[in-house]
Design a protein around this ligand. Structure first.
Ligand code: FES
Length: 51
């Protein structure tokens, strides 16, 4: 989580801006709104938890 507003420049040169007061940055790259976190990281896609 980072404090907003934020302006993120992507490697391809595009810019993503958010004026929210707290912004979650996606570190897992599964987000449909990457680089902003949309909580997709919570989904367990094909991963098994060891028991
Ligand atoms: S960190 Fe990637 S969707 Fe949340």
């Amino acid at each position: 989580m980072v404090e907003g507003p934020v302006r993120i420049e992507m490697p391809d040169g595009s810019v993503v801006e958010s004026d929210r007061f707290m912004v979650a940055i996606c570190a897992c790259r599964r987000s449909k709104t990457y680089p902003l976190c949309d909580t997709s990281h919570r989904r367990r896609s094909g991963q098994r938890t060891p028991q």
